[in-house]
Design a protein around this ligand. Structure first.
Ligand code: CA
Length: 243
């Protein structure tokens, strides 16, 4: 890592959790500022712009949802919301509002660190041109690669590669997943972009098309390895192989 360590802003009102998150992040080489209220969170984001915000949705002086919305009005800093069970609706609302990812309590440290690394990589490549061809499962016998500019998809089965034919809608859906690989996309986000705003509620529709993509890309469509379901939220295509 070059330059100063990434700065993480933790917004969490439960003192033991806040202390644990801070200690864990510092132990893993991050700089960390921790606050416990929505007001302090907004002040910190302005005063010392962080590289990633970990945002608890249940705060004493207003909800994290409002914080997420206000941050998004003027900043593109990655926001990972932390929700408790029973806050599913708020979590999805936060994602639809522009939050980048979520963790559900209780979550493990490796999971949190992985999400932070993804968020940092996404922020770093936001302005860069993505590679034309991206590959999933490159080292193994099963996998696929997508060439977005040429609109081509190749699937490898038992080490043998062949072209996959996608319908125009399947391709638009896959292209959206590829552009945002590693990131969770909500049902509403996907439906709005691929089918248009009128269809934002038709989750069943989306499920059918995701099933079709899995049939064409996954080794075991019923146990997907790449195109994952985020229960109650949406879907996530895992990150492509490192270039
Ligand atoms: Ca809380």
């Amino acid at each position: 890592m070059t330059g100063p360590a990434p700065h993480i802003l933790v917004v969490e009102d439960e003192a033991p959790i806040q202390a644990f998150l801070r200690a864990t992040l510092v132990a893993h080489g991050y700089r960390c500022t921790a606050v416990g209220t929505a007001r302090e969170a907004l002040m910190q984001v302005t005063a010392q712009p962080p590289d990633v915000v970990l945002l608890d949705l249940g705060l004493p002086d207003g909800d994290g949802l409002g914080v997420a919305r206000q941050i998004r009005e003027w900043s593109t800093v990655p926001v990972i919301v932390i929700s408790a069970r029973g806050q599913e609706r708020d979590k999805v609302a936060a994602l639809d509002m522009g939050a980048d990812d979520y963790l559900t309590k209780p979550f493990g440290v490796p999971e949190m660190l992985a999400r932070i690394r993804v968020a940092l990589r996404h922020a770093a490549r936001k302005d860069a041109t993505p590679p034309a061809v991206q590959t999933w499962g490159g080292g193994g016998p099963e996998g696929f690669r997508v060439d977005l500019p040429r609109r081509l998809v190749f699937r490898r089965r038992a080490g043998v590669e062949g072209e996959v034919r996608l319908t125009p809608t399947e391709f638009r859906l896959l292209a959206m997943f590829v552009r945002h690989n590693g990131k969770v996309l909500t049902h509403a986000e996907i439906l709005k972009e691929v089918w248009g705003p009128v269809h934002a509620g038709e989750v069943a529709y989306l499920r059918v098309y995701v099933g079709q993509l899995r049939q064409k890309l996954e080794a075991v469509p019923s146990l997907p390895r790449w195109l994952l379901t985020e229960p109650g939220v949406g879907y996530r295509l895992v990150e492509s192989d490192a270039e």
